[in-house]
Design a protein around this ligand. Sequence first.
Ligand code: ATP
Length: 267
Amino acid sequence: SRREGFSTVPNVKWEDVGGLHLLRQEFDRYIVRRIKYPEDYEGFGVDLETGFLLYGPPGCGKTLIAKAVANEAGANFIHIKGPELLSKYVGESELAVRTIFSRARTCSPCILFFDEVDALTTKRGKEGGWVVERLLNQLLIELDGAEHRQGVYVIGATNRPEVMDRALLRPGRFGKLLYVPLPSPDERGLILKALSRNKPIDGSVDLIAVGRDEACENLSGADLSALMNEAAMAALEERQIAQSSDTPPSTTPPSTIKKAHFEQALK
Ligand code: ATP
């Protein structure tokens, strides 16, 4: 379901996420294993953070990894978009926040994901006025009710951590800050590999080498996804042209995505 605010277990797998190994390890320790083996943690009296803030440039996998965490843990996922929450519920924003957390408790274990969370939390008194102020206060109340939100983990995502209200970053709220950087050259290759899982890449293509190519410098995961798509389009169109010529379709060789298609896409 793509309806906002409703829960489902997402279908994004770890293998769909390229790179980000440290982040994956952290989430495995802090969320996945706690959901899978709750008795272990109770037995040892371990008390760990349940709120996280992913920050970094756009399109580098914040949403993707949050979904993969939910999938890996077999947990429900509720996707809240900060700006939509703010505009949709003007005047009843506190109620909306209460409803979201209560829904998350109902479908626990659950990952509650706040995308563009900065929209809800711009430093008080600056932009936004009292709607933001009231929404933020309600959010703090819900986050502090940690003892009542068994099995609910909160992940926020932002490209602008510097505008976040400091109060939100304390332990027990969005207490653990995790940076999601632009991919390194080798990580670009790993992202291309992850993105190629459902694509007929020719055996001669070395995706790690493509990722290291200078032309890919500074590309985000989202940019690489666009690149992969363009390369696939180039291959597909080449095949269509071949098919529309005189050769009968049955003799057209099955086509794959080759190095030349990536080069064409990079242009
Ligand atoms: P924003 O800040 O714009 O919301 P984001 O960091 O949440 O961005 P995502 O929405 O997770 O970025 O990524 C957008 C798309 O880019 C993904 O759906 C995926 O196709 C691709 N992508 C980004 N990062 C990765 C990655 N590490 N591995 C595989 N694909 C990625």
